[in-house]
Design a binder for this molecule. Structure first.
Ligand SMILES: Nc1ncnc2c1ncn2[C@@H]1O[C@H](COP(=O)(O)OP(=O)(O)OP(=O)(O)O)[C@@H](O)[C@H]1O
Length: 516
């Protein structure tokens, strides 16, 4: 039987300023396959998929769905034709319940919201595709993994047959990833076409049937997953020269003086609940302290509190001998406390401000950016140009709004800004999320270099391999508490770490939370 081609994109070109984000791209998707889209940061993956889901119109090229040419003027048109995209940020309304979120985007104009019917349909889809979720739960109460299930369910609810998953596993635990892959396999069997965007080669091999690699806007090749090796893919992505090796373990400098000391700190989350519950930790010169744990166990609140961006309700925080428990974020920056947040679009950068303005954001109030009463923009622009070059940031220009940069390049910009000067402490939260292989190696090297230069680094990550590779000390966070610390962690500790992640403490305290 001939394979049914669901999508056929031909000669797609899209230019932003003078950058060809897509340059004469051909891409097709068959029923019952997972087609992975790979490429370095800025290679043009999101642009191509934004065209497929109606967000952008191509300058040139055509899209056919099952042999019929279509023109999408908006995402609504694409949804109506059965195309659904699940972004890394799920675009759900947190204050509404799961079923209300589904009903919200209903294509039926005279939709009279019927709670029971909607919930029944959600339950049916949940059961069929193994996407457990309670239709009556408010979205804000759901874990990230559950929110992703809601986002997928929403697409199924709107009868999508073509599903685009944009780096779906970057926010998931290994167990959740496994579950997601089960769902994807099931959908494949039912004839869905799935586009899978990812930087994780292991996962790409596990789940894909075909792989297309983009480089600088052009298709390098489309190959069956069975016929290609990781080395070949890496070379296709970055060209000859490879991805470069990360030099781990160069430093054996002993840890130095304590720089940032938290004593029994308690911090609440945005909902007013205790998220960090009596955490004590010490960040020392020349040391990387890794924090493992399933997301949503207080890691984000801990990072924000240490960076001076969240109120510490109880306990103390010291920068060497200075009490900084209730100091400002600006004072922390002046002390050299650098922060790499997980949400680069929310906290890290102001999307509508340009590259130079974003560089100035965390230091415009002091020299050399501030001269007298004014900001020395010449200095800022010069510095920005230097950072763009030395961090290899792909941008159409310095005075371009950062929302125009690809996700990976936005992340590099944050790193460039935070690590470029007066760095004493680095608080890095998921610093390699969404980064390609080369950029990931680059960031890891930068963190090691920061440590080498005397920096005290806190690395919060869900990537255990990354934590084991970089951490001198590893703690696990569970329900707002640290569950014990492992020195010089390696793969032999994985089981112990896994138990701690599940709340089975090594120090006998458990992860019990007494306050709310
Ligand atoms: N709206 C826009 N305006 C201007 N330039 C853009 C816009 N969207 C994308 N670009 C540029 O097009 C190029 C391709 O970006 P795109 O987001 O498609 O890459 P990507 O492969 O998805 O990267 P990443 O893995 O980092 O998400 C980049 O150079 C980016 O700066």
């Amino acid at each position: 039987m001939a394979e049914k081609v669901l999508v056929n994109m031909r000669g797609i070109t899209k230019t932003f300023y003078d950058i060809k984000a897509n340059d004469d791209v051909d891409f097709d998707l068959k029923a019952g396959e997972v087609h992975a889209l790979l490429g370095e940061n800025g290679a043009g993956k999101s642009t191509l998929m934004s065209i497929l889901c109606g967000l952008y119109q191509p300058d040139e090229g055509t899209i056919e769905l099952e042999g019929r040419e279509v023109v999408f003027r908006s995402p609504k048109d694409a949804i109506a034709q059965g195309i659904g995209i699940v972004h890394q940020h799920f675009m759900l309304v947190p204050s509404l319940t799961v079923w209300e979120n589904m009903a919200l985007g209903s294509a039926e104009r005279d939709f009279i919201v019927k709670e029971n019917a909607t919930c029944a349909r959600i339950r049916e889809l949940s059961a069929r595709y193994g996407l457990d979720v309670d239709p009556l739960s408010p979205v804000w109460q759901l874990s990230i993994g559950e929110q992703q299930r809601v986002a997928i369910l929403r697409m199924l609810f709107h009868k999508a047959k073509i599903l685009i998953l944009d780096e779906p596993t970057s926010v998931l635990t290994p167990q959740e990833t496994e579950k997601l892959f089960e769902t994807v396999k099931h959908m494949k069997e039912e004839g869905f076409g799935i586009v899978f965007i990812s930087h994780k080669l292991k996962e790409v091999f596990e789940i894909s049937d075909r792989i297309t690699v983009l480089r600088r806007g052009r298709v390098v090749g489309t190959l069956p997953a069975r016929e290609v090796t990781a080395e070949k893919l890496a070379e296709m992505m970055v060209g000859s020269g490879g991805v470069g090796e990360i030099k781990v373990g160069v430093s054996r400098k002993p840890p130095g003086k304590p720089i940032l000391i938290a004593e029994e700190i308690r911090v609440r989350n945005d909902k007013g609940l205790v998220a960090v519950d009596g955490v004590s930790l010490t960040l020392r010169e020349n040391q990387i302290l890794g924090i493992a744990g399933v997301s949503g166990n207080g890691q984000g609140e801990l990072a924000e509190a240490l960076a001076g961006m969240r109120h510490i309700e109880r306990g103390s925080l010291y920068f060497t001998v200075e009490d900084v428990t209730s100091t400002s974020a600006r004072r922390m920056v002046d002390l050299g406390v650098k922060y790499i947040p997980s949400d680069r679009k929310g906290v890290g950068l102001v999307p509508n401000m340009n590259v130079a303005e974003n560089v100035a954001l965390r230091k415009y109030w002091r020299p050399p950016y501030k001269r007298g009463f004014f900001i020395d923009w010449d200095e800022v622009y010069q510095d920005s140009g230097y950072l763009i070059e030395s961090y290899d940031i792909l941008t159409p220009g310095i005075d371009v709004a950062v929302r125009m940069l690809s996700g990976g390049n936005q992340q590099k910009l944050i790193l460039a800004r935070e690590l470029s000067d007066n760095m004493k402490v680095v608080i890095a939260m998921h610093p390699t999320w969404g980064l390609d292989v080369k950029a990931t190696a680059f960031v890891r090297e930068k963190l090691l270099a920061a440590k080498e230069e005397g920096g005290a680094v806190l690395l919060i990550s869900e990537d255990l391999d990354e934590l084991l590779m970089l951490s001198d000390l590893l703690a696990v966070m569970y329900r707002g508490r640290l569950m014990g610390t492992i020195e010089a962690p390696d793969r032999s500790h994985i089981e112990k770490i896994g138990l701690m992640m599940a709340g089975i403490a090594s120090d006998g305290q458990g992860g019990k939370k007494e306050h709310d």
